[in-house]
Design a protein around this ligand. Structure first.
Ligand code: DGL
Length: 263
C-alpha cells in the first residue's frame, strides 16, 4: 500500500477528462494535477520545446512526492514519454489515440483521428497506427483551435460551433463512422461533436481504458492506496476558467485550486 498522491499532467485542463474518471474509479487515491496552461497549447510546439516543458512539469510533480505520473496528454505521451521514462525513476502511464478500438469498431472500414499536430508527428502514434491500422482507411484531422476553445470556455459560441462543424464535415465526407479523440481536451466537446454529426459518428474517449491501465500498474507495483484522508490539488501555471462548467460534480471532490503557480 502507498498513500502518496498520483501526479497528473497536461498542457492545460484537458487532462481533467481522465482525472475525472480516475477520481471516480479509484476513490482512495489522492492526486496532484498540474495544468501548464501558461504554455498551452503544446501541439504546435517543437519536439524539443515539448520535451523541456514536460520535464519541468515532471520535476514539479516529483517535488510534490507523487508515486506515479499519469501523462494525461496525447501530445506529450506520443512525443516524449520514452525519454521521460529513461530520465526519471518513477512509473509513468500515458494516453494515445484509441486507433485500435476505432479499427475494431468500424463498419465502414474508415476511421478518423482528431488530434494535435504534435500527436500526429509523434513516433509512438505512428507505430501504433502501423501496428493496428490493417486495411482500414485512416483519416487524420488536426483539431486546430479546439484546445483553446476548451481552455477559454468558449465551446458554445457561433465561431466555435462552425469550426467543430468543419472538422465533422471532413469525417462525414469520408464516410468515417468512428473517430478517436486523440487529445484529452476533446472529450469536453463531445456533446457538440455528437450533435453536429447528427449521431452518425461514434467518438472514442480513451479515459476509461487509461484508468484501467493505471489501476493495473498500481496493483502490479503494489502502489494502491487505502487511505481515508483523500486530497486533490490542481496547480496551474496560467488562468483556469470555471471548472464547474467542465466537471459539474467537481465540488464533491473538495479540490484545492492553486492558480498561476510558478514552478
Ligand atoms: N490535452 C493535450 C493532448 O492530449 C493537448 C495538447 C496541446 O496543448 O496542444 O494532446
Amino acid at each position: 500500500m502507498n498513500d502518496k498522491p498520483i501526479g497528473v499532467m497536461d498542457s492545460g485542463i484537458g487532462g481533467l477528462s481522465i482525472w475525472k474518471e480516475l477520481v471516480k474509479e479509484l476513490p482512495d487515491e489522492s492526486t496532484v494535477y498540474f495544468a501548464d496552461n501558461k504554455n498551452c497549447p503544446y501541439g504546435p510546439k517543437s519536439l524539443e520545446e515539448i520535451h523541456q516543458l514536460a520535464e519541468n512539469v515532471v520535476k514539479f510533480l516529483i517535488s510534490q512526492n507523487v508515486k506515479l505520473i499519469l501523462v494525461a496528454c496525447n501530445t506529450i505521451t506520443v512525443s516524449v514519454i520514452d525519454r521521460l521514462r529513461k530520465k526519471f525513476n518513477i512509473p509513468f502511464v500515458g494516453v494515445e489515440p484509441a486507433t485500435k478500438v476505432a479499427v475494431e469498431n468500424t463498419r465502414t472500414g474508415k476511421i478518423g483521428i482528431l488530434a494535435t499536430k504534435g500527436t500526429f508527428r509523434g513516433n509512438l502514434f505512428n507505430e501504433t497506427k502501423e501496428k493496428f491500422g490493417g486495411n482500414t482507411n485512416i483519416h487524420l484531422q488536426i483539431g486546430d483551435g479546439l484546445v483553446e476553445m476548451v481552455e477559454t470556455n468558449s465551446v458554445n459560441t457561433k465561431d466555435s460551433q462552425k469550426l467543430v462543424q468543419n472538422y465533422i464535415d471532413f469525417f462525414l465526407q469520408n464516410n468515417v463512422d468512428q473517430v478517436a479523440l486523440g487529445c484529452t481536451h476533446y472529450p469536453f466537446l463531445k456533446e457538440s461533436l455528437i450533435k453536429l454529426s447528427e449521431n452518425k459518428i461514434n467518438f472514442i474517449d480513451p479515459a476509461e481504458a487509461v484508468v484501467k491501465q493505471l489501476r493495473r500498474i498500481l496493483e502490479n507495483e503494489n502502489l494502491l492506496s487505502d487511505s481515508n484522508d483523500i486530497k486533490h490539488q490542481i496547480f496551474s501555471s496560467g488562468e483556469i476558467t470555471d471548472l464547474k462548467n467542465l466537471i459539474p460534480q467537481i465540488d464533491s471532490y473538495s479540490v484545492q485550486l492553486v492558480k498561476n503557480y510558478n514552478h
